[in-house]
Ligand binder design. Structure first.
Ligand SMILES: N[C@@H](CCC[C@H](N)C(=O)O)C(=O)O
Length: 283
């Protein structure tokens, strides 16, 4: 069986996108997604993203499988790629075109900018322990600068949900973090019942953060859009940053704006189409 796909990346966080608008169920299973994401035995990607029919009044539905086959609630770089993908599929490529996308994190609204980027209304971040979810504090309490022992070191962590869980810690030099060693220990820590994404943040200036990330279900990636949003929220909650920041990731920069009146957070960045092809599945 052959299935057409398009390969995209958002600042090097890369995805296999599949036009799934004719069926409410993904064309491939999580088990099939894992080898497709393998960078030697497959196409290579951080995840597989499906453009499904809309639901609850939305234009479309986005679902994503991480490269380990788990299904997250949301994907920031991925929804920018999704918006570009859908715009090209439907011919709706005019600047300021918006799309209403149903996700497991709720309704998310990306917009094509006149400069050729995508600006996404990522909704309102959630900050109580129960919403993350984490057991680091009482369910109705925020998780701000809570000590957590990982890899023999005590880290001050702040947790934020963008629909998916994020654990953020501020460090002096992100390039000194042994990501492959500490990342998995954060991801699988017992205080995160649904695992977590982990962001290490170095404050360059109150409006400029340098970030490295270990993603739940994908490992070290070159960028994480939900993680960048969560990190700005954590920066404001801890007094490290302003509400509008440039976030520098290994793959490039995102602009993050947390509107203090509406509490909605906006992410602006690129989406790059790389190639198209045919998946060959042995059913
Ligand atoms: N890289 C994505 C996040 C994808 C989901 C994440 N791995 C999770 O499991 O929550 C982004 O840009 O937000």
């Amino acid at each position: 069986m052959e299935i057409a796909f398009t390969k995209y990346h958002g600042l090097g966080n890369d995805f296999i996108l599949i036009d799934n608008r004719h069926s409410p169920d993904p064309l491939i299973t999580p088990e099939q997604a894992v080898p497709l994401c393998d960078r030697n035995f497959g196409i290579g990607a951080d995840g597989v993203i499906f453009a499904l029919p809309g639901q609850e009044g939305s234009d479309y539905t986005m679902r994503i499988f991480n490269s380990d086959g788990s299904e997250p609630e949301m994907c920031g770089n991925g929804i920018r790629c999704f918006a570009h993908f859908i715009a090209e599929l439907t011919g709706n490529t005019t600047p300021n075109q918006t799309f209403a996308i149903h996700t497991l994190a709720g309704l998310i609204t990306p917009q094509l900018t006149p400069e050729g980027q995508i600006k996404v209304d990522m909704g309102i971040p959630k900050v109580t322990a129960a919403q993350i979810p984490t057991t680091l504090n009482a369910a109705d309490q925020k998780v701000i600068n809570i000590p957590l022992n990982v890899a023999g070191q005590t880290w001050a962590v702040t947790c934020v949900s963008m629909g998916n869980p994020h654990c953020i810690t501020f460090v002096d030099d992100v390039d000194q973090i042994a990501l492959a060693t500490v990342g998995p220990q954060f991801e699988h820590h017992s205080v995160f019942p649904q695992r977590t994404n982990t962001e290490f943040i170095q404050v360059i200036a109150p409006n400029y953060l340098k970030m490295r990330v270990w993603e739940r279900g994908a490992g070290a990636t070159l960028a994480c859009g939900t993680g960048a949003c969560a990190s700005v929220v954590a920066g404001v909650l801890t007094g490290h940053s302003e509400a509008t920041c440039t976030v520098e990731l290994p793959g490039g920069c995102l602009t993050i704006e947390w509107d203090q009146r509406s509490q909605r957070i906006y992410m602006t960045g690129p989406a790059q189409k790389v190639f198209t092809g045919q998946l060959i599945l042995n059913r």
